[in-house]
Design a protein around this ligand. Structure first.
Ligand SMILES: Cc1cc2nc3c(=O)[nH]c(=O)nc-3n(C[C@H](O)[C@H](O)[C@H](O)COP(=O)(O)OP(=O)(O)OC[C@H]3O[C@@H](n4cnc5c(N)ncnc54)[C@H](O)[C@@H]3O)c2cc1C
Ligand code: FES
Length: 291
């Protein structure tokens, strides 16, 4: 008779085990959002991930949650997360200082299909903190721009002071082949704003990208992604050329708890980046709602 091996759990690496990562830098992006640079404590080898993937970040006694890695994978000895305060965990992270440590598990999930984008034009569309999972990709393209065609970044936010990564816009604008377009829902009285006003799809008329040889990567609130996908298809993008990143409540991050499931798909391991036809086939999500 087969008996339970008491050493089993000692021999098998616990997949929930976290690695300690120390905050080496904090950059205040907006009143509610900061970018944290982390280094693994005592780790020598590089942290390999793909833009669009996420880590589970935990704080002892508070909780754990999924957060996209917001740096480029070429930044080898450290990695960034850009975190907006919305509840208990993010508030507690927001109170950390340089030198404090968090627990990290990851990287998890499927990122942006970068290999399919090489040699093509790329339309990158983001809303609010949805620019975080795309920043690593944009900064990778800045370094490797000769591998890509035209790249247009279209970013929408509520107000001018809600924009994140503003320090990097000049570098993006100066990158050969890359253009940046900004828009906000509302410009407060007295604020100078030389860019667009209104929803992000209003920027599409300025695009010089030929949908026949382009991919579109989209991240933001689901309702925004739905309208963006619809406008892209009207402009001639095929459904297969559109990719979106979905946000769902997560607990394990590795297809064990079922918390993130939409129909048969695990957002944590099948996504968070999905092609538009994959998402359209799923039940109960705003993107799948009929046009
Ligand atoms: C793959 C993935 C990547 C993410 N990347 C980032 C990131 O780069 N930066 C960032 O700031 N946040 C990101 N998030 C969201 C982040 O995980 C949540 O904001 C965080 O876990 C909230 O924890 P909390 O305890 O502070 O708030 P809670 O008290 O848990 O929630 C506060 C409010 O936020 C809403 N909320 C919480 N989690 C989610 C979620 N996963 N999806 C939709 N609504 C949610 C709740 O409904 C509630 O209204 C990501 C989520 C996913 C699934
Ligand atoms: S978060 Fe547990 S199955 Fe996806």
């Amino acid at each position: 008779m087969k008996t339970f091996d008491r050493n089993y759990y000692r021999q098998t690496e616990n997949p929930y085990k976290t690695k300690l990562a120390v905050i080496t830098k904090i950059h205040q992006e907006t009143s509610e959002t900061k970018t944290y640079t982390f280094k693994f404590a005592g780790e020598k080898h590089p942290f390999d991930f793909s833009p669009g993937q996420f880590n589970m970040i935990s704080l002892l006694g508070i909780g754990e949650g999924p957060f996209s890695i917001s740096s480029a994978p070429t930044q080898k000895d450290s990695f960034d997360h850009t975190i907006r305060v919305v509840g208990d965990l993010t508030k507690a992270i927001g109170e950390l200082e340089v030198g404090h440590a968090v627990g990290i598990r990851g990287p998890y999930g499927v990122g942006w299909p970068i290999d399919s984008a090489r040699g093509k034009d790329l339309l990158i569309i983001a809303g609010g903190v949805g620019l975080a999972p795309l920043r690593g990709l944009i900064n990778l393209i800045v370094e490797q721009h000769h591998n890509f065609g035209k790249v247009e970044v279209m970013y929408g936010s509520r107000k001018p002071d809600n924009l994140i990564f503003t320090d990097e816009y000049d570098t993006w604008r100066q990158t050969p082949g890359m253009r940046l377009f900004l828009t906000v829902d509302e410009v407060p009285k007295g604020v100078k704003w030389p860019y667009g006003e209104g929803i992000v799809t209003n920027l599409f008329d300025q695009s010089e990208i030929d949908p026949a040889n382009a991919l579109a990567f989209v991240c933001g609130p689901e309702i925004m992604m739905r309208f963006v996908a619809r406008s892209l298809i009207i402009r001639g993008f095929s459904e297969e050329s559109i990719f979106v990143s979905l946000e769902r409540r997560m607990e394990c991050g590795m297809a064990k708890c079922g918390r993130c499931m939409i129909g048969p798909k695990y957002v944590c391991t099948d996504g968070p980046v999905f092609s538009y036809p994959e998402v359209k086939a799923l039940p109960h999500n705003l993107l799948a709602a009929s046009f």
